[in-house]
Design a protein around this ligand. Structure first.
Ligand code: NAD
Length: 249
């Protein structure tokens, strides 16, 4: 059990990578608090694996985030997974699109970290360590992709946020890392494919940019997520870790 006795909060746990991560962490012995804005998709989780408690949470709602931080015990692990993909070039992005992308993809992580870090610091005084994992992407400061300017800018900012938190709290045993996946087959990716003018072509293009010749599954992501939230990664902090099927070779 790689996460035995750990308490871990996962956002965006209703579907996709967050959902799979909540299950993977619970299977490794963690007590998992699974949060999402969508209560309906969250509701299946406790039946899928013991050790998961669900909480409706909008990570953009400061009062709700603070209230949850008061309600939960101090965390050993925080996985800030919530995020949104804006599709468009710089000429297509409205002020509202830009603001929303930063609000959900970056500001929510600052907010969650500010709310939960005090408890994690106390916890780290007892256990020696606690881990924050922020969801970034290969589409960030690492690599540019067509029609992903707002998204890439937010995910680059996530790496900056991650390094700042890592630098400030490294001496207290708090680690903070960013995960940078390739293209992962999740409900929102299926939505992006379905809403393309030619969905068959769109799927082909998503696969073509993956040198391994296939999309990632959520289960390609969870081993790295469990590792980064576990003590196995105790000497790793401030890093942006790519799990991208070779895109950035
Ligand atoms: P998804 O996009 O299919 O699901 C996102 C989940 O976030 C949903 O359950 C939704 O209800 C929840 N959510 C949305 N707004 C929220 C809010 N305000 N508060 C709380 N929850 C909210 O899942 P995914 O594709 O696995 O993406 C998860 C994360 O991984 C995102 O940050 C995304 O940018 C990142 N990512 C995804 C891919 C990919 O190819 N799928 C690649 C790299 C990074």
């Amino acid at each position: 059990m790689r996460l035995k006795d750990k308490t871990i909060l996962v956002t965006a746990a209703g579907q996709g990578i967050g959902h799979a991560s909540a299950i993977a962490c619970a299977r490794e012995g963690a007590k998992v608090y699974a949060a999402d804005i969508n209560e309906e998709t969250l509701s299946t989780l406790p039946g899928e694996c013991p050790g998961i408690e669900i909480h409706k949470l909008d990570v953009c709602d400061r009062a709700a985030v603070d209230a949850l931080a008061k309600k939960l015990p101090a965390l050993d692990g925080l996985f800030n997974c919530a995020g949104f993909v804006h599709n468009g070039s710089v000429l297509d992005i409205t002020e509202d699109d830009w603001a929303f992308s930063f609000e959900l993809n970056v500001t929510s992580m600052y907010r969650m970290t500010q709310a939960f870090l005090p408890g994690m610091r106390e916890r780290a005084k007892v256990t020696g360590t606690a881990s924050i994992l922020n969801m970034s992407s290969m589409a960030s400061s690492i690599k540019g992709f067509p029609m992903r300017t707002a998204y890439g800018a937010t995910k680059a900012a996530v790496i900056g946020l991650t390094k700042g938190v890592a630098a400030d709290f490294v001496k207290e045993g708090i680690r903070c890392n960013a995960l940078c996946p390739g293209t992962v087959d999740t409900p929102s990716l299926r939505g992006r494919i379905a809403s393309a003018p030619d969905p068959v072509e769109a799927e082909k293009n998503f696969i073509a940019r993956q040198p391994m010749g296939r999309l990632a599954t959520v289960d390609d992501m969870t081993p790295m997520i469990v590792y980064l939230l576990s003590d196995e990664s105790r000497f790793v902090s401030g890093q942006a870790l790519l799990v991208d099927g070779g895109v950035t070779i």
